[in-house]
Design a protein around this ligand. Sequence first.
Ligand SMILES: [Zn+2]
Length: 227
Amino acid sequence: MAASEALNASVLVLNRLYMVVHVVGARRAFGLLVNEVAEVIHDEDGAFANYSFEAWREMSELRADLKQPGDDWIKSVNFEIQVPRVIRLLHYDRLPRRTVRLSRQAVFARDGHRCQYCGRRFTPGQLSLDHVIPRSRGGTSTWENMVCACVRCNVRKGGKTPREARMTLCAKPGRPRWNPVMAAKLKNPKYRSWAVWLGESPWEVAASSSQAAAGESPLDAGSLKTA
Ligand SMILES: [Zn+2]
């Protein structure tokens, strides 16, 4: 595993209450660890242990001969350190964002980069955002009124409603419940330790977070060693 690839590995970030708040790159994660703003949460055969940066560095030294395929390691001049999969912010109590922020990329991701009129897939550069009910007719910029459209279909539709343009939507647009970043990462076996924090699927992020808030997270099963 090349060091640069290891530095690009993703790290799941929990808040102080062990609720998923974010995904960051390994470089950012180490920055938080070195500054003692975060600690490592390591999955050890189904139990979880907390490590400060120093303790994690010592653990990495002991484990350096026992590297598993799929682990990411970073080599510095003096030592080698394993890239953690999960870290926890020690002073951050704010709750995770429950909804996916509306953006061009998020609409494209929701629609699978498929024009919602002709049904064909395109690269992001060939796609545009279409207001189903045009803005000139009072249409809003919301999940329910915005879809992916190819340039050709967008031009054909112009300032008309789908009915006026005699065009049909492939699917009814709505607000997505998933987080596209986490959904994609969970498919990679090296991030399988995230599943316990995210719920079985990334669609359940909100559900697992509310469980954690209600005191039913895996941490209450007595499996956690506190540093
Ligand atoms: Zn099209």
